[in-house]
Structure formats: C-alpha cells, structure tokens
Design a binder for this molecule. Structure first.
Ligand code: NAD
Length: 496
C-alpha cells in the first residue's frame, strides 16, 4: 500500500512513528496510508523553513509574486487531476471540487498583487525635514493547520499570501485527505519556489503541538472545528505566537413571508446538501417566519428533495457524495435520531440510503427535519452532514434572536423582498458573513473570510486584506537628514 509522506526542503520523505489509513469514502475502502510525522520531522521542517527565510525575505516582492503567476497557470493546467484527487479521498463531486479549486485560485490571483498590497504608507514632511513611513515586514516561519473539508482551498487561503509577504511556511494538512495537498505543494515547486520556503508535514496532534510550541514559529493560521480552534488559539498565544483560528458553524437562513419561495427552496437545497453539508458555510437551519411560509417551505423542499442523488464522487449525475468517514456517517445518523427522539418530525429521512454498487461507502442522503426547537441537540451542535433543520417562529425579531443567541456566528442569510428588513438584518445580526438572498455568502478573495463569536478565535480574518496584516509586522520609520537649514537645540519636552 502506498504511503503519503512529507515535503521538506523540496524533497519527499516518509518518516513516521505511526501510519494512518486514508479511505476512499465512496467505496469505504482503505486507499493508501499517511505517515504521521514525529516531533523530530516537524522540527526538521521548521529548521528548513527558518534557513530559507533570509534569502526569501530579501527576494524582491515582484519576483515572489511571479511564482504565484506561474502557480496559477499550473493549477489550471492540472485542474482535472486536482479534482480527481479531492474526489478520491474527500468524496465531493468533480463539479464541487472544481468550485473549490476556482476559489483557491482566486486567492492565488490576489497574492499576485503583492507588490501593490505591500507598498506601505508614506508621509512626507511630518516635521521640519522629517519623513515617516510604515513598512509591512515578513514575520519569519509561519504555520498552517487545515481541515479535511477543503483540502486544497483552505491551504490556499493561507500560503499564497504568507509566501508573497516574504514568510516561509510549514503546512500540516488534514490527515484524512492529504494527497491533493501534497500535489498542489509539488506544483508550487514546479512554479519555481526555492526549496525550504514551503514545507508540508503530515501528522496529527503530535505534529500540531510541535508547531504550536516551537519558538521558531512566529504565527499560526488554523481552520477546523471549534474545540480544536480554541485549543490552538490558547496554546499558540500562550507560546507567544500570533494566531488566527477559524472554527465551526451553525448557519441559519431566515425565510420571510414575502420571500421568493421558489428561489429560496432551490438555493437552500444547494447550500444545505452540497458537499454533503460538509462546509463551514453550509446552511443547516432554515428559520421560517410564520406557519404559512413554514408549511410551504417544507412542502417545496421535500418535493424537490425526491430527485436529489447521493452517490460516488466520480458519477457526474450525483448531486453530492459520501461523508468523510464511517464515524462521521454514524454521528450524522445519531443527530437525526436524537432530533426524532426529542419530538421533531423527520420529513425526509436520508439514513442508510441505497447507493447501488457502493454498499460500503459512507453515505447519508439528504434529510429534512421539521419542528426543530432550540432546546434540541440537533439544533445546538454542528452536524456537518446533509441535514437541514426547520425551526418555526412568529416574527423576524424572534428569528434574529435565535441567531444572535447561538454560540456560532460564521454565516447567515435572509430571504426577503423587503430592502428595509434586509438592511435591519445585516446591521444587527451578530454574524461575520451575511447574505441577502445569497445562501453561501463566502467573501471573494479580495475581501476577507471570518466568523464571529465561537467561529473565530483571534482578530484578523483569513485571506484578502486581513492576510496582509496577519502575515506581516508593521514597522514605522521616522527619518531626518540633518542639514544646515534644519538645526535644533536640546529639547527635554515631548516633541510635538
Ligand atoms: P478538526 O478540528 O478535526 O481538524 C482540523 C485540523 O486540526 C486537522 O489538521 C487535524 O489534524 C488537527 N487536529 C485535530 N485534532 C487535534 C488535536 N486534538 N490537537 C491538535 N490538532 C488537532 O476539523 P475537521 O473535521 O478536519 O474539519 C471540519 C471542521 O472544520 C468543521 O467544524 C468545520 O465547520 C470547520 N471548518 C471551519 C471553517 C471556517 O472557515 N470557519 C472552514 C472549514 C472547516
């Protein structure tokens, strides 16, 4: 069985103390194994990144950006292979993987603008003969720790910007679907990145803890579940590092009585069940305002769901694929069962679907649960599966209160034709990314991505303008060249 290793100093190694199985979730078979790096291997990757830093930092920013121009072309040329690797180990369909790749490439395109983004700020003559300017200097070695659900896009939220800012990088991808991440790392070297500037170590907690505590690592970007995000943030910052840790979600869509219901039904279907609901921006709760709209919504959704197709990643007729592991499938089924026990109505039950030819794949079909209440476990926790819960309320204020009271604040959306209501919603909702008749309001690459409350620990969001700030340190220089025309005596008071 082939072993997926690490990429350190431009070379692959398979050092490990343990191996972990990597599945093809569509078939349920073990496809390969991944080497879990011991502490010493991670330390070696950090040492290589540290050694590569001085030369990379001093490489002109336009040259660093040119690597990203070539990288974008290589990603486009290899799109089919990239999407196949994602499908094989993650299970998402080719069309969905293509969408993921496109959003990742957009982050690479944004990084190509580094010469403009890093120009800094300049003020002439802030005092007599004095000029002042701010520079954004590289941090050093930075680390990225990424989740399984976007094995190429989420790494691309991080390393393109970190690299063009002059940092060197150690990436610890998800151990559940690492092949595509290794492949896009190889392409980066084909694009001309010097060895040691970007390193990938596969592993689990041992590898992560090494990155969090090693004094040579200046900053850590993390994306994953909330309990781990909180651990990463507290450990990294206690070790003196800058940290941004993006966590889990429970994204609500409010459906107002005046909404265009056909549009709401179609976009809710895609946003709830696309990628099997394994997206941090998946819409997992529809809050219907008034019983009339709730009844119509449930009828519309359940009828449209009859034609939903779950199946293997490589059949383009399928709408979505399997879940990542058998444990995740069991967990999703547990949540459906718990909602049922708590008194909710399972209108469409996706448990144990019949997927012809794939009896051992990790499948759950699209599931719709009505009459869910805030007291239920299925409402409170992130399910991360193809399950849409419907909560019924009487007023828009009650709907907004539910969202504002929830521990997560990643994304949300309102369906309405009323501009005033939409404006009030976006003004007062305690969520980081808001859609108005847009179900998945994922910011484009030239804005930044991040939730509020327990969906993000740290101050700066991912990619876009915030990434320039996250991956650099501001330095402000005040300069005067003494000349015969500017002479000052001794002054003991604060200069003003
Ligand atoms: P996860 O938290 O299990 O794993 C994420 C990373 O943390 C992996 O690289 C993993 O190896 C590492 N890790 C896991 N347990 C650890 C531990 N005990 N100590 C140190 N490191 C550990 O997340 P996942 O299951 O891979 O991804 C799904 C989760 O990620 C969901 O909660 C989803 O909402 C979230 N997510 C959030 C965003 C966002 O932008 N907010 C984006 C994508 C995914």
């Amino acid at each position: 069985m082939s072993i997926i290793g690490h990429l350190i100093n431009g070379e692959t190694t398979t050092e490990h103390t343990r191996l972990q199985d990597v599945y093809n979730p569509s078939t349920g078979e073990v496809a390969r194994q991944v080497a879990l790096a011991p502490k010493a291997t991670v330390e070696q990757a950090i040492a290589c990144a540290q050694a590569a830093f001085p030369a990379w930092r001093n490489t002109p920013v336009a040259k660093r950006a040119q690597v990203m121009y070539r990288y974008k072309t290589l990603l486009e040329e290899h799109a089919d292979k990239i999407c196949e690797l994602v499908g094989m180990e993650h299970g998402k369909t080719a069309a969905d993987a293509k969408g993921e790749l496109t959003r990742g490439i957009e982050c690479v395109e944004y990084a190509c603008g580094a010469p403009e983004l890093l120009k800094g700020e300049h003020s002439r003559n802030v005092g007599p003969g004095i000029d002042s300017w701010s520079e954004f200097q590289a941090l050093g070695v930075v680390a990225g720790i990424t989740p399984f659900n976007f094995p190429m896009m989420v790494p691309m939220w991080m390393f393109p910007m970190a690299l063009v800012c002059g940092d060197t990088f150690v990436l610890k991808p998800s151990e559940r679907d690492p092949s595509v991440t290794m492949f896009i790392a190889e392409l980066l070297h084909q694009a001309g990145l010097p060895a040691g500037v970007f390193n990938v170590v596969n592993g689990d907690k041992e590898a992560v803890d090494t990155l969090l505590t090693d004094p040579r690592v200046a900053a850590v970007s993390f994306v994953g579940s909330t309990p781990i995000a909180e651990y990463i943030y507290s450990t990294a910052t206690a070790n003196g590092k800058r940290c941004q840790a993006l966590g889990g979600a429970k994204n609500h869509a409010i459906v107002m009585p005046d909404a265009d219901l056909d549009n709401a039904v179609n976009s809710l279907l895609g946003a709830a069940f696309g990628s099997s609901g394994e997206r941090c921006m998946a819409l997992s709760v529809a809050v219907a305002v008034g019983d009339e709209v709730a009844n119509k919504l449930v009828a519309g959704l359940s009828s449209a769901m009859q034609s939903l197709k779950v199946g293997a990643y490589n059949d383009p007729a399928n709408d979505f694929g399997p879940l990542i592991t058998a444990e995740q499938r069991d967990k999703v089924e547990m949540y459906i069962g718990s909602a049922e026990q708590d008194g909710a109505t399972v209108v469409v039950d996706g448990r144990q679907p019949d997927v012809a030819g794939y009896p051992n794949g990790f499948y759950v079909g699209g599931t719709l649960i009505d009459q869910v209440t805030p007291a239920m476990k299925a409402y409170q926790e992130e399910i991360f599966g193809p399950v849409l819960c419907v909560v019924r309320v009487e007023t828009m204020e009650q709907a907004m209160q539910l969202i504002n009271d929830h521990e997560y604040g990643n994304g949300t959306c309102i369906y309405t034709r009323d501009g005033e209501a939409a404006r009030y919603f976006s003004d007062h909702i305690l969520v980081g990314m808001v859609g108005i008749n847009v179900p998945l309001p994922v910011p484009v690459a030239y804005h930044s991505f991040g939730g509020w409350k327990r969906s993000l620990f740290g101050d700066l969001h991912a990619y876009g303008p915030d990434a320039v700030r996250f991956y650099t340190k501001r330095k402000t220089i005040t300069q005067r060249w003494p000349s015969s025309s500017v002479r000052e005596g001794v002054n003991f008071s604060f200069p003003s």
